[in-house]
Design a protein around this ligand. Structure first.
Ligand code: VAH
Length: 309
């Protein structure tokens, strides 16, 4: 069976749906720190689980005979700047818990998400390469860079089969994101429909790498399906789909909602966005496991407005 930690989060929710669809509801155990999505809790096994509690995870792993764990519980970039030590503790101790369960042979495979947040202010911003300067300036980015180093170490030293992708900002409609810097690209669709206007917390020309959730989920399942020997990156794979600025996504929305207006009031999240790349080179993922994005901004806007209307 499969266990998802953080199953009620933005990505966790969609992974739960996709994995239950693929393997059967009863074979996918969803868990989170608190009760959340009714549908997730009703459509298959659900456990209240603190991802920082090794013993509690071990009990669930034994009880349900878990083989694979998707660790989707984390504190994202904006919230992590407000609570650095809580963010470091949650993001790192949860990772050590699953890496050690795998080292002890209690589970056989792990998915752990990294992020474009691993890159920092002096990383080349255009078509950021798989291997490059990484000096993240956010707590979240530091935890993701450290996490990547530990994943590679556990693979090399203990043969732990942990796999990872550096997600760009993710756009989805099934759940609201929590505490991210790229969340503006989700909020904007909700506000366009509810208020006809959006006050954006990033400036108009903040270009960031983004991806529609369907692409992110497909990439994750594809990587997890590949034979271990075809994976040449055990830190985390760059993934790319599109990149845009708040001004560009607003113009795209105006094609569907002509009277939609956007205003700009950058807040503390501007400094986080400024430290991240504009676009990502994902040629290693394309080469190793045939990755290719399918959603551009046009298709993303159509999907978001159709499903949120
Ligand atoms: C965040 N959505 O904004 C997350 C993600 C690349 C961004 O890591 O923190």
């Amino acid at each position: 069976s499969i266990l998802i930690l953080g199953a009620c989060g933005q990505i966790g929710t969609e992974l739960t749906y996709a994995l239950r669809e693929k393997y059967g509801n009863e074979n996918v155990v969803a868990s989170d720190i608190r009760e959340g999505n009714e549908d997730i809790m009703a459509s298959g096994p659900f456990e209240i689980l603190d991802a920082t509690n090794y013993g509690a995870i071990e009990d669930v792993v034994m009880h349900y005979e878990i083989e694979e764990v998707y660790l989707m519980a984390a504190m994202l970039s904006a919230t992590a700047e407000k609570f650095p030590m809580r963010a470091w503790n949650l993001n790192m101790s949860s990772l050590f818990n699953v890496l050690n369960l795998c080292k002890e042979k209690k589970i056989s495979r792990i998915f752990w998400p990294s992020s474009i947040a691993v890159f920092g202010p002096n990383t080349p911003k255009k078509n950021t390469p798989q291997n490059t300067i990484m000096e993240p300036s956010t707590v979240y980015g530091i935890s993701k860079q450290s996490g990547e180093r530990w994943c590679e170490y556990y693979f090399k030293k203990y043969g732990v089969d942990v796999r990872s992708v550096r997600y760009p900002g993710l756009i989805s409609w099934k759940t609201l994101p929590g505490g991210g810097t790229t969340d503006y690209a989700v909020e904007i669709y909700h506000k366009a429909l509810s208020d006809g206007s959006y006050d954006c917390f990033l400036q108009r020309d903040s270009r960031l790498p983004m991806m529609y959730m369907e692409d992110a989920i497909r990439a994750t399942l594809s990587l997890m399906d590949k034979p271990s020997e075809s994976i040449t990156v055990r830190s985390s794979y760059n993934l790319a789909a599109m990149n845009f600025t708040p001004e560009e996504i607003a113009k795209n929305i105006q094609k569907h909602i002509p009277n939609f207006t956007i205003s700009y009031a950058p807040d503390f999240r501007q400094a986080i966005a400024d430290s991240w790349p504009n676009s990502i080179d994902d040629s290693q993922a394309r080469q190793d496991w045939g990755w290719k994005a399918e959603y551009d901004l046009e298709k993303t806007t159509e999907e978001m407005l159709k499903n949120l209307r």
